[in-house]
Design a protein around this ligand. Structure first.
Ligand code: CA
Length: 232
């Protein structure tokens, strides 16, 4: 921890939503929570705003004019990693997005309460700003190499490009190799959620890690959780 006790500058959230009533309600609530809020109402405008204001977090609707939230997420993340909360219209849409692994950190299905939305945004920012635990700078497990200080991952000599959340999840699993970690615990430790309502979020990020690092790396223990499996 640093010794700074000064007031930190307001954190910026970019809200991307073409439905004006929702956009304004979300913005008003986030402003009331002390955030600086910028709004964008279409795909190109969102990418441009992200470049200009460098937000600390993005709340991103999927269905947008111009190009959709998936494309916005890809473009924003390609320029500068930032935590993204995706707003979806239906649960099955969330499943689809999870399968596409677009690099969002969390999903929220409409209709949602403002209370839930702000809780998720706070959790995103908490994770993003968390001072990393004193881990070894370099974790070597079989052919997996994690450079914690540089946040880089290689498997069998090939670099994998992980989202910030995927990286944190991997480090958690790698800190206790071959140990089964319950999904609820991962949700609490990596995402900072106290309740288990978002365990599907864990599943989606596991899916992303398997896609990028190999399906054999993480074992599913049905009904319990996940374990990192590496050669001794
Ligand atoms: Ca929309």
């Amino acid at each position: 921890m640093t010794g700074s006790t000064g007031t930190s500058p307001a954190r910026r959230v970019l809200v991307v939503e073409d439905e004006r009533t929702i956009a304004e309600a979300v913005a008003a609530r986030l402003r009331a929570e002390g955030f600086e809020v910028a709004l964008a109402a279409d795909g190109p405008g969102a990418v441009e705003a992200a470049r200009r204001i460098r937000p600390d977090a993005v709340v991103l609707d999927v269905m947008l004019p111009g190009f959709d939230g998936l494309e916005v997420c890809r473009r924003i993340q390609a320029e500068r990693p930032v935590p993204v909360l995706m707003l979806t219209a239906r649960d099955d849409e969330t499943d689809l997005l999870v399968g596409l692994a677009v690099g969002a950190d969390d999903y929220l299905t409409k209709p949602f309460s403002m209370r839930e939305l702000t809780a998720r945004v706070h959790a995103l920012l908490r994770r993003a700003s968390r001072v990393p635990a004193p881990e070894p700078d370099l974790l070597r497990l079989g052919d997996l190499e994690i450079n914690v200080a540089e946040r880089r991952v290689h498997r069998a000599g090939r670099e994998a490009h992980l989202t910030p959340t995927e990286f944190d999840l991997l480090v958690h699993l790698a800190a206790r190799p071959r140990t089964v970690l319950p999904r609820e615990r991962l949700l609490a430790d990596v995402w900072g959620w106290a309740d288990a309502s978002g365990t599907r979020t864990v599943d989606s990020h596991i899916k992303g890690l398997r896609r990028k690092l190999g399906a054999d790396l993480i074992r599913t223990v049905h009904g319990v959780g996940y374990a990192l499996e590496v050669a001794r």
